[in-house]
Design a protein around this ligand. Structure first.
Ligand code: SAM
Length: 290
């Protein structure tokens, strides 16, 4: 049998440690070809914690690890990329087709509950809030809730401030929304309180139970599931489907589709990324021709 050199076996063992740690705590999948990320992302954390090398920190993580250190490792290994109105077309569908359909279907039950699951630094939830502002007149007298959750405490801290850099507002935010909903500060932009206060941010792990969060008319879980293994993805999709109200809508990232044998959801025609419950009735307005 080939005896692997010491440095290589060390790396394989380290890879397994981090793979399991991420799987257990956040569901994130670390494919072997991404092992190189461990060095670049975790070495600064090792230094911060006083370990001269990453191997030193890895050894400490093999014992009874400090919870704060584990959280920092997960934070560092998680992709948090986001932007306002990411992919744009789902937000157009939300304003032009999904909201009118919900308003019609609900009749006198004037309650709208939206959940942004895996909201990162808040741009997605605030984009939804701005679409709701566009529809303020139609939603007059409605009780509206936008619940936004993420595992990352650091991202949520930023999200709650509603403060964004010039670079962040340039990514996807139409200038008309910037002018209408943001105040310019010295070197950043701050979302006005009337939009900021529509969103309620909370820390939540998507691997945990959803019993406490209740039923939603719209759930967005975009560009989150792609980071999980198939089994975890399907488990989360099942729980999200169960958290949908009757005739509720689930919005996934444009590249993210349920497995072909996942039957709790059905794609909804002409609404990029929107899915409905298999037993739901969806009477969507015809798309506007531009
Ligand atoms: C790439 S961002 C997507 C943000 C936003 N949904 C979008 O599409 O722009 C993925 C987010 O999922 C979060 N996440 C990863 N694993 C999670 C878990 N187990 N529970 C909750 N959030 C998680 C990450 O912290 C990150 O903020």
């Amino acid at each position: 049998m080939w005896d692997a050199p010491h440095w290589l076996t060390m790396k394989i063992n380290d890879y397994e440690l981090y793979h399991d740690l991420l799987q257990r705590n956040s569901g994130l999948s670390l494919p072997p070809e991404k092992t190189y990320l461990l060095d670049s992302r975790l070495t600064p954390i090792a230094r911060k914690w006083g370990y001269p090398t990453l191997e030193g920190m890895t050894l400490a993580l093999r014992g009874i690890p400090d919870n704060t250190l584990v959280s920092e490792v997960i934070e560092a290994m998680t992709a948090k990329d986001t932007s306002f109105f990411r992919d744009m077309t789902p937000f157009i569908a939300l304003g032009e087709r999904i909201l009118p359909a919900i308003i019609k279907a609900k009749g006198r039950r004037r309650e709208l509950r939206i959940w942004c699951a895996g909201c990162s630094t808040g741009q997605e939830a605030y984009s939804v809030a701005m679409v709701l502002k566009d529809n303020e007149i139609k939603l007059k007298g409605w009780q509206v809730e936008i619940h936004a959750t993420d595992l990352s405490a650091e991202s949520l801290r930023k999200a709650r401030t509603g403060n964004y850099t010039q670079f962040e507002v340039q990514r996807g935010l139409p200038i008309s929304y910037l002018m209408k909903h943001f105040d310019e500060l010295d070197d950043s932009w701050r979302l006005k309180d009337n939009v900021r206060n529509l969103v309620n941010f909370e820390q939540m792990n998507l691997l945990d139970s959803y019993d406490e969060v209740g039923g939603f008319d719209i759930i967005l879980c975009r560009n989150v599931l792609g980071q999980f293994e198939e089994r975890t993805r399907t488990k989360i999709l099942s729980k999200l489907s169960e958290a949908l109200n009757e005739n509720g809508y689930l919005l996934l990232g444009l590249e993210e589709k349920p497995a072909p044998d996942f039957t709790a959801l059905k794609p909804l025609d002409g609404t990029d990324g929107f899915y409905g419950r298999q037993d739901g009735k969806y009477d969507l307005p015809v798309p506007k021709v531009s």
